[in-house]
Design a protein around this ligand. Structure first.
Ligand code: GLU
Length: 327
């Protein structure tokens, strides 16, 4: 087998030389791209997987090989894309807005990420506050004096937790013991009694929240209310609720009020148009198949996937949207 292969390579190489072509033009070039996601028990990780699956099916046609990486989340993804370490990433819509605008109160204060480009938006995410019943937490205001995981520094949820706490008059540095641990560890820590509650900005259903609500320690979703001023101040926040029927292990019997954002798919202006075009086209042309890849996609519409984007749309994606009559 090996011999045949070597023979084949020599033959092709020889033919190329014979024909006067540079040997490198013989082999079709493969473009390797990586999508940054989040913790493996979130929805970003399977989302990266869903996009990669659809794109890799056409590997021969496009010469694109797409892989997925588990990361610390939205903020990490934006920074890694801007540094050229990742080509694509899933990023909360609020983080996209802050990064492109260099918003104050964000990691990019005064440093707009000018090369950030939007591709499309995906599933809704809600600021989810999961708490142990024995800690007596029913509402965000009950977090005073508690041990709470507000999210690791690279995550999208960290700033959402801080915003929500600030809105109800709580200072995460003074009023509680705030932890900055990765979301993938939250469920285990809660079940082990090492934290009283955690925040996670995530689509539903998610593996992490299922894990947190199906252990021995009884768990409930705590509501996040009285945040009207916050929602009025920031264009990217909107009212949302946690659909409790997705988590039969939680003690709640009714949907829980909170607020939310959207997951979005972003890239850099430096990523070639043909690559962004191919991904956009494959996701949209196979929309019904794509939607089946995660229950959080049930609510998706093609039109809705062009909403919630604040960075300029990448020209490769725009080319597809124009062709498809979506723009
Ligand atoms: N929204 C989270 C973040 O930006 C990730 C959620 C997920 O992985 O589904 O860090």
């Amino acid at each position: 087998m090996r011999k045949i292969l070597i023979f084949g390579v020599v033959l092709v190489f020889g033919m190329a030389l014979f024909m006067g072509a540079a040997p490198t033009t013989v082999q079709a070039k493969t473009t390797f791209i990586t999508i940054g996601t989040g913790g493996i028990t979130g929805v970003y990780y399977p989302t990266g997987g869903a996009i990669a699956k659809i794109v890799n099916k056409k590997r021969k046609q496009y010469g694109i090989r797409c892989t997925v990486e588990s990361t610390g989340g939205s903020v990490f993804n934006v920074n890694a894309i801007m540094a050229g370490d990742l080509e694509f990433g899933v990023v909360q819509s609020d983080r996209q807005f802050q990064a492109i605008n260099g918003s104050p109160d964000s990691e990019w204060d005064g440093k707009p990420q000018k090369d950030l480009r939007a591709v499309f938006s995906i599933h809704p995410e809600s600021i989810t506050l999961v708490a142990a019943v024995d800690a007596g937490i029913k509402n965000i205001k009950d977090l005073k004096g508690k041990k709470v995981n507000i999210g690791n520094p690279g995550s999208g949820q960290r700033q959402n937790s801080i915003d929500a706490l600030t809105a109800v008059g709580l200072d995460y540095k003074k009023d509680m013991q705030a932890e900055g641990i990765k979301a993938s560890e939250s469920a285990g820590l809660l079940q082990d009694g090492r934290i009283d509650a955690f925040f996670y900005t995530v689509g539903h259903p998610s593996g992490s929240i299922k894990e947190a609500t199906s252990g021995k320690r009884k768990v409930r979703f705590a509501s996040i209310t009285d945040v009207d001023k916050l929602l009025a101040k920031y264009p990217y926040y909107a009212k949302a609720f946690i659909p409790v029927k997705l988590y039969p292990g939680a003690v709640n019997t009714e949907d829980v009020d909170t607020f939310g954002v959207k997951a979005t798919f972003v890239t850099s202006a430096k990523v070639p148009d043909n690559v962004v075009y191919a991904i956009t086209k494959e996701v949209f042309d196979n929309f019904e198949d794509f939607k089946k890849l995660h229950p959080a996609y049930q609510v998706l519409t093609k039109k809705g996937m062009l909403e919630g984007l604040s960075a300029p749309i990448h020209p490769g994606a725009m080319k597809y949207y124009k062709e498809a009559g979506l723009k």
